[in-house]
Design a protein around this ligand. Structure first.
Ligand code: ATP
Length: 138
């Protein structure tokens, strides 16, 4: 079965939403393969977000992602890459649909798009690359 990399971002960890995100992943029927709580360094985040380097929001994104621990998770299941992105909802929590992680739990007031609780790989190539970065032993 397919695997994806999920991150509960520092805002999600700070707000105590790790259990809620894992509950939704498991309730959907996906299997947890690996999970680790860690504060990412600039090297890891630079590699993870290489495609966004040079964009206006990149410095703030990397600073935010290094601001505290993230929960990195590898989840497995039928079409989990696309399925988790549906669970997560649109990038901007303001317009993410109700029923999604970002739509239900994203703060609607004073929230920057950067702080959108979770990350999920967007393609099989990204998933393979990101899983190798965060879990080199897998
Ligand atoms: P992710 O890859 O984290 O699952 P995504 O695919 O919905 O999210 P991307 O376009 O890949 O979004 O952007 C990666 C991350 O960069 C977003 O999750 C968000 O945290 C941040 N980001 C994206 N666009 C903006 C923006 N315009 N302003 C601020 N931050 C942004």
């Amino acid at each position: 079965p397919e695997r994806t990399l999920v991150l509960v971002k520092p805002d999600g960890v700070r707000r105590g939403l790790v259990g809620e995100v894992l509950r939704r992943i498991e309730a959907k029927g996906y299997t947890l393969v690996a999970a680790e709580l860690r504060t990412a360094d600039a090297e890891l985040l630079g590699a993870h977000y290489a495609e966004h380097e040079g964009k206006p929001f990149y410095p703030a994104l990397v600073e935010f992602m290094a601001s505290g621990p993230v929960l990195a998770v590898v989840a497995e299941g039928h079409r989990v890459i696309e399925g988790f992105r549906v669970l997560a909802g649109a990038t901007d929590p303001t317009t993410a649909a109700p029923g999604t992680i970002r739509g239900d739990l994203g703060r609607e007031w004073g929230l920057r798009v950067t702080q959108n609780l979770v990350h999920g790989s967007d393609s099989p190539e990204s998933a393979a690359r990101e899983i190798a970065l965060w879990f080199p032993h897998l």
